[in-house]
Design a protein around this ligand. Structure first.
Ligand code: PGA
Length: 253
């Protein structure tokens, strides 16, 4: 059975108050009522607080796991402003998002840099949430599968498939309110699943595949019900505790 995951990507949003609100919201629920693991990726300064607050919750409550939104390809040295994967691990992070389209476009991260970061993160025992996805023009020109497979091929050479999650996020659906239809998302997820199985016969089929791009409480359930969709990567809707909680509960066992 594959792991289900719902991951909050706060981007450059949130504060310590939101960290507490989220943990409190989930701590009222029993883990037994959730068919998914819940991960929150706040901005780096809030990682330790999230980890500490989450640890303080009751044992049978939903344990919110901690993830980062980026890491350095370097392990240490004179790289002002960078954060090494091992440092994230020390703050309690288990996950790191890499290859998000905002990093690719706004911060010029290319496939080769993403591949280096992925290796550094996995070496530090983080599970990488690798984002892939096509632009609107690429979709309109029928290049979706080609683009997504090329992004996977470039990042996954030598990767450890047991520390990997793939998030399919069509760029045209991120923060736009336009969600891929469940059928569109499922079709791409199925191709990704097949491709991963070719790369690694035993582990490829077990990699969790998440959909991201304008997931909200009212469209999550039908998306997550698709055969090859194992959960979601949630941006805007992860900034409100009640809505994010509802999205997590839309994963059915
Ligand atoms: P969105 O963002 O849910 O606001 O579309 C998703 C993401 O960027 O991961």
């Amino acid at each position: 059975m594959r792991q289900s995951l719902v991951i909050a990507n706060w981007k450059l949003n949130g504060d310590l108050n939101l960290v507490s609100q989220m943990v409190q919201c989930f701590s009222q629920d029993s883990a037994a009522d959730y068919a998914t693991d819940v991960v929150i990726c706040p901005p780096a300064p809030y990682l330790s607080a999230l980890h500490a607050e989450s640890l303080a919750c009751a044992e049978d409550a939903v344990n919110v796991k901690v993830g980062a939104q980026n890491c350095s390809e370097y392990t240490q040295g004179a790289y002002t402003g960078e954060i090494a994967a091992s440092m994230l691990r020390e703050t309690g992070c288990e996950y790191v998002i890499l290859g998000h389209s905002e990093r690719r476009t706004l911060f010029s991260e290319d496939d080769s840099l993403i591949a280096k970061k992925l290796k550094a993160a996995q070496q530090a025992e983080l599970t990488v949430v690798l984002c892939v996805g096509e632009s609107l023009t690429e979709r309109e020109n029928n290049h979706t599968i080609e683009v997504v497979t090329a992004q996977l091929a470039a990042a996954l050479d030598g990767a450890d498939f047991s520390r990997l999650v793939i998030a399919y996020e069509p760029v045209w659906a991120i923060g736009t309110g336009k969600t891929a239809s469940p059928q569109q998302a499922q079709a791409v997820h199925q191709e990704i699943r097949q491709y991963l199985s070719q790369l690694s016969k035993d582990k490829g089929a077990k990699v969790p595949l998440l959909y991201g791009g304008s997931v909200k409480a009212d469209n999550a359930e039908v998306l997550f019900a698709q055969t090859d969709i194992d959960g979601g990567l949630i941006g805007g809707a992860s900034l409100e505790a009640d809505q994010f909680r509802a999205i997590c509960r839309a994963v059915k066992g």
